[in-house]
Write a protein that binds this ligand. Structure first.
Ligand SMILES: Nc1ncnc2c1ncn2[C@@H]1O[C@H](COP(=O)(O)OP(=O)(O)OP(=O)(O)O)[C@@H](O)[C@H]1O
Ligand SMILES: [Mg+2]
Length: 289
């Protein structure tokens, strides 16, 4: 069975999606891993980054996204089909990667968000078991599953946590981005009491959009390190993802002239490519894939 990792933070815009997509691509290309990305975020960002808008529109019209799965459980219908919903060739690298698969999200998710609570009333399963029931049999096809979560700990994120062994918290190393970390840890602890099998454990915190010349960033990192020493956090990843314009470009599927990891993540002074490369390696020193 694969290692399943949810990427979460209560704060939006801290680099969850960028890190999810980059890790998926580095693990697939440089480490020959069979990777599944599950996009649980209604913003649909990792979906569009991995398959582009045209393919997403087609699949969305055909009900081949996680929106259809959750809607089925609210409306008591049977439209979602897991086999045909998994996209089996994704990414704009090397003409598409056969070993990087995607379970896409949909912007339509937004429309059903406040109805998710009704899953209770129409189905015999717990609201956070929906994803598990749908993907369970597919998981054995992968070495690693990365789940891009929305910036909250609602029912959809809980569906991701419910099938996860680990969770990762990317954060910009500043006060506001790290502020919610204790809250995430205690909420996940509470969630673990109802989780189906085994606990989901915090793998660590990853500093994202780091700027070494910003004093505030370095002070925040020191504070996170001291939390590790006090046993409040299991680890702060040694690899820091720098603030780099290539990172912002990387989620643009239709970018021209992009074929290799180096072209996509750059191979210049800001060390973005090298950082994602090290991050994929560091991850594997903690999690045997
Ligand atoms: N290392 C980086 N350097 C520069 N820009 C970055 C970097 N990482 C992400 N960005 C940009 O910052 C914005 C937020 O990043 P991203 O979408 O990955 O965050 P997120 O945590 O997934 O956000 P959300 O909570 O909305 O899902 C995006 O525009 C992205 O392109
Ligand atoms: Mg995101």
């Amino acid at each position: 069975m694969p290692k399943v990792i949810s990427i979460i933070n209560l704060k939006g815009g801290v680099g969850k999606t960028t890190i999810t997509v980059a890790l998926a691509e580095f693990l697939a290309i440089e480490h020959n891993k069979r990777v599944l990305v599950i996009d649980l975020d209604p913003q649909t960002n990792s979906t569009v980054a991995l398959i582009g808008e045209d393919e997403w529109t087609k699949r969305n019209q055909n009900g081949q996204t996680l929106h259809a799965l959750f809607k089925d459980h609210i409306d008591d219908t049977y439209t979602f089909e897991i086999e045909s919903s998994i996209v089996r060739k994704t990414s704009n690298l090397h003409g598409g990667l056969d070993t990087l698969h995607l379970l896409p999200s949909s912007l339509d998710f937004v429309k059903i968000q406040d109805r998710l609570i009704h899953i209770w009333q129409t189905a015999l399963i717990r609201p956070f078991d929906v994803l598990k029931n749908a993907v369970n049999q597919q998981l054995e096809n992968y070495d690693i599953v990365l789940i891009d979560c929305p910036p909250n700990l609602g029912i959809v994120t809980q569906n991701g946590l419910n099938i996860s062994d680990w969770y990762l918290i990317p954060t910009i190393p500043d006060h506001l981005s790290t502020y919610g970390i204790p809250q995430i840890i205690s909420s996940v602890k509470n969630f673990n009491r109802k989780k189906s099998d085994g606990e989901v454990k915090l793998l660590g915190v990853i500093a994202s959009m780091y700027r070494s010349n910003v004093n505030r960033h370095n002070l925040t990192l020191r504070s996170l390190e001291s939390q590790v020493q006090q046993g409040l956090l299991p680890r702060l990843f040694e690899t820091r993802i720098p603030l780099a314009s290539k990172a912002a470009d990387a989620t643009y599927f239709d970018a021209e002239g992009i074929n290799t990891l180096k072209q996509k993540y750059g191979n210049n002074g800001d060390y973005l490519y090298q950082s994602f490369q090290r991050l994929a390696e560091e991850l594997q020193t903690y999690v045997q894939i």
